[in-house]
Design a protein around this ligand. Structure first.
Ligand code: PLP
Ligand code: ZN
Length: 417
């Protein structure tokens, strides 16, 4: 096992017990709490500075290697080395639509396998390499699996993916094309999750599962670093940035929170952004916990078109509640109909989002209607995954295109401009 000297251990997010880097691999042995990775910020600060980081010519998440608990996994010139550094848009149409003076969209669909999940899988693949693991396994609603399959393929590492058989066909196609061993479960994501952990134990595989493996959040935190570098450093906002994040297991929102906390601990961030989580009404265990004022997570029977955030028991729920509570953010609930409308609105600005990703924008629409976000609040919305991941849902949002005989008359009759 090799790892950088700045990785000094873990702390359980529930009981606070600290562990050495080699003590445990996944969750806390006492209470199954999620483990936060601990870094030696003093040492990092002695060796690096914001100006040194921002001068990097590496336009991927690996530019933040000094702030990560892994060493460089190699794979230069492959998709593994182009994860991250995704574009930041400033779409005027959407800002006007929402009555906001400052609105940004960070487009994670530009990642190699077209979703935010590449960030987590890149870190996990690096960790697997450094621990000598041969096979990596994950349960997934589709994107985490596609990301693991793609990143593992990039460095010829075998991957096994457990996904619900109901996953959108495009996501299943990605798993197969990247050459992973695909296990489609006759059951939901939660069933796939439990089975993948049993299989990992039985066959000695390294398990990437979200809200189980501590390294996924370390990959996801790099989005916070990019928001800091692309927006907060150059812009000098006068009010805290309000960040809208779709939430299923709660690992993206916790990872982003961790990234900003790391920057704060380094003394490199002036003001913590306010983090807003968005859940589908039919899959809202984290939002319920937040709105009840506590942090205990009660499972639900999830049902939503947004398959990537359809989760009965969120595996990173407690940290996800805290991300909003500790930053002055909140949780919003959106219906499937609001999600479909958000897909259409985003599309009109040239942004194609899958339903789970569009949920974040739908949450912002809600927050504006309810007055939780003011016109002068600077806002950033994440587009966590490409609309090409789920073409059926996209067609449901916009309806069918007309079919006409090849005649100008029909063109004139159907023209809507
Ligand atoms: C996984 C995923 C989410 C939700 O992330 P969690 O860590 O499960 O909360 C949101 N959008 C997309 C596109 C995803 O793939
Ligand atoms: Zn614990």
């Amino acid at each position: 096992m090799t790892y950088p000297p700045t990785f000094i251990g873990y702390r359980c997010s529930l009981c606070g017990t600290e562990y050495a880097p080699l003590d445990f691999t996944y969750t806390c042995p006492r209470d199954a709490g999620n483990l936060d990775v601990l870094l030696d910020f003093e040492a990092i600060r002695r060796q690096f500075s914001p100006s040194r980081l921002t001068a990097s010519r590496d336009f991927s998440l690996w530019r933040y290697l000094p702030l990560l608990p892994v060493s460089d996994p190699g794979g230069e010139g492959t998709p593994l080395h182009s994860v991250g550094w995704t574009p930041l848009y400033r779409p005027p149409l959407l800002a006007t639509h929402l009555g906001l003076s400052q609105l940004w969209v960070k487009d994670e669909s530009a990642n190699p396998t077209a979703s935010f999940k590449d960030r987590a899988s890149a870190l996990v693949v690096a960790r697997a390499r450094q621990s000598g693991a041969r096979v990596i396994v994950t349960a997934s609603t589709g994107n985490a699996g596609a990301a693991l399959a793609g990143m593992a393929a990039a460095i010829s590492q075998p991957a096994v993916i457990f996904a619900p058989r109901s996953a959108p066909p495009a996501k299943i196609a990605q798993l197969l094309i990247y050459g992973a061993q695909v296990m489609l479960i006759d059951g939901n994501y939660d069933a796939a999750f439990d089975l993948s952990i049993q299989a990992a134990r039985e066959f000695g595989w390294y398990c990437r599962n979200t809200g189980y493996n501590p390294f996924t959040a370390e990959g996801k935190k790099t989005a916070a670093f990019e928001i800091w570098e692309q927006l907060l450093l150059p812009q000098r906002l006068h009010r805290p940035l309000c960040l809208f994040v779709p939430v299923g297991d709660g690992n993206i929102i916790s990872g982003i929170h961790k990234g900003f906390k790391d920057l704060l601990a380094l003394g490199w961030l002036e003001q913590m952004p306010r983090i807003f989580g968005v859940q589908a009404e039919g899959s809202a265990a984290v939002a319920h916990a937040f709105l009840s004022g506590g942090e205990a997570i009660t499972p639900v029977q999830a049902h939503t078109i947004a398959d990537s955030i359809s989760v009965n028991l969120p595996r990173d729920g407690v940290r996800a509640v805290r991300a909003a509570r500790e930053t002055g953010g909140s949780y919003l609930l959106v219906s499937d109909e609001e999600i479909r409308r958000a897909m259409t609105t985003l599309g009109q600005a040239g942004i194609f989002a899958e339903p789970a990703a569009a949920a974040a924008f739908a949450g912002l629409v809600r927050a504006r209607e309810e007055g939780q976000i003011l016109p002068e609040d600077p806002v950033l919305v994440l587009n966590t995954g490409s609309g090409l991941k789920d073409v059926r849902a996209a067609m449901q949002a916009v309806g069918e295109a007309p079919i006409l005989s090849p005649s100008l008359e029909d063109v004139r009759r159907l023209l809507r401009l």
